[in-house]
Write a protein that binds this ligand. Structure first.
Ligand code: PLP
Length: 432
């Protein structure tokens, strides 16, 4: 007689093991969820990627939801029908028009596909573009500058699908530095099927300058491979950018825009804008994996895309809001951190984070994170942002932590003060 199978004997596929084996992003989302759930004493939450709750912006969502609730037709379209897998045709049309007006590109809905958030967009794109091809050759995604977004690290279904490069590190002030992409190293990297970067970069707040990005776009076009640009914080929305940039566009660029950092992460809505072949492939993958997309984000945003009011909303409310938060956080850190400590922040040109480099840190970042958590302040240790071959044996990868400045100023102040105090102790004597 066969014994019944025990649950722990259940077997997963290789892909299942790869995707369910735990990741930095899962730990981050768990920590964030626990801290905000109220089950445990809420620490000072400087760890997550949650956007701020900006009252003027929340008022816009409220008004849009009321408009939807007051119209039987809109309500049905939002809650009670399946959209086509590519997305709502009116939303796609409105986004194409907006992009053509703002950037003077010449795109149509054929260039766009909706996904349930940028995270899913990259999952689909990476697995479309990397891994073993039908002729047996292997496609690899190149991340030209790590640290990069923690959420990419575990997304490839096939091991070996990612390759990475170290940037040059430029010291730009007594307590300030920036990363710079090594273009010669990119040129030398062969056998790649796409190049990918976030701009602004999560975690560093770097905004790769136009000439470097246009150079990358040129390399990608010459090789006939996509350049994937993650605009989670970028242009035209949410525009959490503190320097002006012009996004590149050619036959092989793919931009991913998301509604999350506008203040709508709960709607899970993003747009891939790229060559029709890629938009079509993403549409097909979405149909298989999800049938259709969520409608609510598209319903809330479409009018703002159609009349272009999303642009002044971003430029006049969102950008200045986060600029002030960044300035405040840097001023507090400067005040609270001992000037003699060898710390440096990456120049924050965009996004929601200070990226702190603790040079020659006596403790790895993960230990510092645990120590800070114990004291009641939650940050994100840097190690999981350094992935792929370039991360190996790089001391810098143990010396950084990410600190969000999106929370209320009082939380940021108390958090940074605690971090400053703890760092002084750590540099004096690493053991608690
Ligand atoms: N890309 C970057 C750089 C991010 O920081 C995030 C979220 O924090 C995402 C993508 C995914 O965002 P979402 O799936 O909410 O659009």
């Amino acid at each position: 007689m066969m014994l019944p199978l025990l649950p722990q004997d259940m077997r997963f596929s290789k892909i299942g093991e790869q995707l369910s084996g735990g990741s930095g992003i899962e730990t981050l989302m768990e920590d964030l969820g626990q801290a905000l759930s109220g089950k445990h004493p809420a620490p000072l939450m400087l760890g997550g990627g949650n956007p701020a709750h900006i009252p003027e912006i929340e008022a816009i969502w409220k008004q849009k939801l009321q408009t939807i609730a007051n119209s039987q037709d809109l309500l049905r379209r939002t809650l009670s029908i399946y959209d086509p897998p590519r997305g709502n045709p009116s939303t796609l049309e409105a986004l194409a028009n907006l992009i053509n007006t703002v950037f003077h590109w010449n795109i149509t809905p054929e260039n766009i596909a909706v996904t349930p958030g940028g995270q899913t967009a990259f999952f689909l794109l990476f697995n479309l573009l990397s891994g073993t091809r039908s002729d047996g050759s292997m496609g690899r995604i190149l991340f030209p500058s790590i640290p990069e977004y923690i959420g990419y690290a575990n997304q490839a279904a096939e091991p070996g699908s990612f390759t990475t490069l170290r940037p040059d590190i430029l010291q730009t002030g007594p307590h300030q530095f920036r990363y710079s992409i090594n273009l010669a190293a990119v040129e030398e990297t062969k056998d790649i099927s796409a190049i990918c970067l976030s701009r602004p970069t999560n975690p560093s707040g770097n905004v790769v300058d136009d000439s470097t990005l246009h150079h990358l776009a040129h390399i990608a076009q010459e090789r006939g491979i996509p350049l994937l640009i993650d605009n989670a914080y970028g242009k035209p929305f949410p525009n959490i950018l503190f320097r002006d940039v012009t996004p590149p566009w050619n036959a092989s660029t793919v931009h991913v825009l998301s509604l999350s950092k506008l203040g709508l992460p709960g709607t899970r809505t993003a747009f891939i804008i790229g060559p029709p072949k890629i938009a079509k492939a993403v549409q097909s993958m979405m149909a298989v994996a999800g049938l259709a997309n969520t409608n609510i984000g598209q319903s809330v945003i479409t009018d703002l895309l159609t009349d272009h009011s999303i642009i002044p909303i971003c430029n006049n409310i969102i950008t200045p809001f986060y600029r002030a938060k960044r300035d405040h956080a840097l001023a507090v850190a400067q005040q609270q951190f001992d000037d003699h400590l060898p710390y440096a922040f990456h120049e924050t040109d965009g996004a929601l984070f200070l990226w702190l480099w603790l040079k020659d840190s006596p403790l790895p970042a993960h230990d510092i994170y645990l120590r800070l958590k114990e004291k009641g302040v939650l940050v994100v240790p840097g190690e999981p942002f350094f992935f792929g071959p370039a991360a190996a044996d790089w001391n810098h990868a143990r010396e950084c932590i990410r600190i969000s400045f999106a929370m209320e100023n009082s939380v940021v102040e108390r958090g940074l003060t605690l971090i400053g105090t703890e760092l002084s102790k750590i540099y004096r004597s690493p053991s608690p």
